[in-house]
Design a protein around this ligand. Structure first.
Ligand code: IMP
Ligand code: MG
Length: 193
């Protein structure tokens, strides 16, 4: 594994594409290309090693499904998921975490990438990072499809970031509003919220 590979910040030309279901912020094609880039970066960083992807349910499942196939096939990749709910607010890093669904595999001495859909307050990530760190992962990195800069209490680097987006509530590509819209193939801002 090479040393830290922080993905370059990717800037989009945001434009308005109105649809019946909100305004498209990031197109399917832009997501596809960006995930291919992230896969290349991960493949370089983990060349000669192996990697365990830990997806945070539910939002990350589509991103993870595409990301794992963008990683070079000669790198052994394990995957597992966990689901957590956090009770905390954006003004404190305390708060508690409840593990709804835990990993089925050990991550001890493994090189792990936590896969998130979006980092907003960063509280979910902070809790998951601490849990996985306490379980003895050899290294822990983060891949997130989206980042809303400026809100996060997670103060470590985000190694693989798909897109930085404005501070708006988005849906699609796995992200929901009240469990809906996960099946959209692009990322949209709902007009009514
Ligand atoms: P956190 O605030 O960084 O802990 O984010 C926790 C979770 O909130 C994310 O994993 C998402 O599932 C959800 N979330 C945060 N922002 C958005 C959004 O804009 N759209 C949909 N879900 C979001
Ligand atoms: Mg959600």
């Amino acid at each position: 594994m090479t040393s830290l590979g922080i993905s370059r910040v990717y800037t989009l030309n945001y434009r308005s594409m109105q649809t019946a279901l909100g305004t498209v912020l990031i197109t399917e094609e832009e997501i596809r290309r960006r995930i291919a880039d992230l896969g290349l970066q991960i493949s370089k960083d983990f060349a000669g090693g192996s990697v365990t992807l830990v997806g945070i349910l539910k939002g990350s499942f589509i991103f993870l499904a595409d990301l794992i196939r963008a990683i070079a096939q000669d790198i052994p990749v394990e995957v597992d998921f966990m689901s957590v709910s956090s009770y905390g607010d954006a003004t404190t890093t305390s708060g508690t975490i409840h593990i709804e669904k835990d990993l089925g595999i050990s991550i001890e001495a493994k090189d792990v990438i936590i896969v998130e859909d979006i980092v907003d307050t960063g509280l979910t990530l902070l809790h998951v990072y601490n849990i996985l760190s306490a379980r003895g992962a050899r290294s822990l990195r983060v891949a997130t499809l989206l980042e809303k800069p400026g809100n996060s209490r997670y103060d470590r680097p985000l190694e693989y970031v798909g897109f930085q987006i404005p501070n708006k509530f988005v849906v699609g590509f796995g992200l929901d509003f009240a469990q809906r819209y996960r099946n959209l193939s692009d990322i949209r801002v709902l007009d009514e919220i």
